[in-house]
Design a protein around this ligand. Sequence first.
Ligand code: FES
Length: 166
Amino acid sequence: MPFKLTEEFKARAAQICARYPRRDAALLPLLEELQKEKGYVAEEAMDELARFLEISYARVKAVVTFYTMFNREPAGKYHLQVCRNISCHMAGAPGLLARLREKLGIGEGETTKDGLFTLSSVECLGACGSAPVMQVNDEYFENLTAEKLDALLDEMRHGRLKNRRS
Ligand code: FES
């Protein structure tokens, strides 16, 4: 079935666009809205959004592919994004990533069979002072250790982490 922006989305989008002097300046927040709604931004959604904002598909795609926060495929309920840049690397990110790969039984870019976790490594999350850092959906977890990571995984597995897609 071809993707269509819902009337609810269009109404929300019109309100968001009204905050900006130019309609196309709302591209980023509208992509965030789309991702909130579906959990990812599909090719068809990029195309529809480009039409809605009257900009090129290429411009929308460029933004979606530049920012790792946008998923282009369905992701797990918890999208674990471990920073792989220098501060996090030196503070132990490779060990945390290896632990996640082992505990979840998946590699980067993969989702667990139960649909609970997607694992990614990403560029600097801008919180280098509290490395190593992992982003789970919209929330940062900083100064991570193996113990903190295990506790977080437990919370997510038992649905106790507040930050989760409903
Ligand atoms: S290097 Fe990891 S947050 Fe900047």
